[in-house]
Write a protein that binds this ligand. Structure first.
Ligand code: HXC
Length: 267
């Protein structure tokens, strides 16, 4: 246990992509810190498994089947949260799609699919949640997931890199527009998180596991719990003065990559 059991007490949080991976990691940490949850995902079966696990740990959660590419679905998720619990304090726009394909071979529909899920879906979450977050007695929180690859370019993932860069821009704009409404908007940039579909697909299946590990100064892949801890901090009272930030949780990979140590032999 990293946070107290009441760190998020009284708060209601929606987590998109909450049935697995980083989203479910956040859900477990939020439940342990006292939040009530609405988990949204396209996959109903996965959602039910997640809800069972949260209930098994004494938490409170409901599932809403939804595709973040569809604004009406997202609006229904928010409506269900407010209808069920009477409030919505936190929106975590976590649902994402990604796969490796060189830009020159990427079909227009492949590009559109990832932009729709990652970038448009994040905007839909923000837009639909805004009225409820504005009413939150704790000060609303909107968190989206970014990546350190967004601004440096991401060979093999042009669609996801561009979408995440768009998300970072969106969050900065919303910080300026919604601060007056008490809403704190931030991104979290995960590095390579070992227990996720993303790392399996982007690194392990592509035979890049050892190469990626060697680029992480802390020498190991992260865990979904590492990202969840950053999210709990941002959504608790302890994170009340953090807005417009991009919290990088990557074992130092970004710095390691940016500053390779070059040894020059003595003459
Ligand atoms: C090339 C691909 C492809 C691939 C799909 N497409 N996968 N092109 N290589 N591996 C193309 C399809 O051919 C199609 O284009 C278009 O993309 C849409 O594909 P669909 O399968 O019809 O889409 P859909 O069923 O909606 O599924 C969405 C998805 C899928 C993104 C493609 O993978 C998904 O649901 N992913 C969710 C889980 C996920 O991706 N998790 C990883 C997130 S991790 P055409 O032209 O044929 O119609 C992450 C960060 C990773 O984002 C960080 C690592 C460090």
């Amino acid at each position: 246990m990293t946070f107290t059991e009441d760190a998020l007490k009284g708060r209601v949080a929606v987590i998109t992509g909450g049935g697995g991976g980083i989203g479910f990691g956040i859900a477990k940490a939020f439940a342990a810190a006292g939040a009530r949850l609405v988990l949204a995902s396209r996959n109903e079966e996965r959602l039910q498994g997640a809800i069972k696990e949260i209930e098994g740990m004494g938490g409170e959660a409901i599932a809403v089947q939804a595709d973040v590419r569809n604004y009406d679905d997202v609006a229904r998720v928010v409506k269900t949260a407010v209808g069920t619990y009477g409030t919505l304090d936190v929106m975590i726009a976590n649902a994402a799609g990604n796969f490796v394909v060189p830009a020159a071979e990427m079909s227009p529909n492949a590009w559109k699919t990832v932009i729709d899920i990652d970038l448009n879906g994040t905007f839909y979450c923000a837009r639909a949640a805004h009225p409820a977050l504005k009413d939150s007695k704790f000060g609303g929180r909107f968190i989206a997931i970014s990546t350190t690859r967004a601004l440096e370019g991401w060979p093999g993932c042009a669609h996801a890199g561009a979408a995440k860069a768009g998300i970072m821009s969106l969050i900065r704009t919303l910080t300026g527009e919604w601060g007056k409404d008490g809403i704190r908007c931030n991104t979290i940039a995960p590095g390579a998180i070992g227990d996720t579909e993303g790392v399996k697909r982007i690194y392990e299946d592509a035979g890049r596991r050892e190469h990626e590990l060697s680029s992480i100064p802390l020498g190991e892949f992260g865990k979904t719990a590492d990202i969840a801890n950053a999210a709990v901090f941002l959504c608790s009272d302890a994170g009340a003065y953090v807005a417009g930030a991009d919290i990088v949780v990557d074992g130092g990979r970004n710095r390691g990559r940016a500053s390779p140590i070059v040894t020059v032999p003595n003459k």
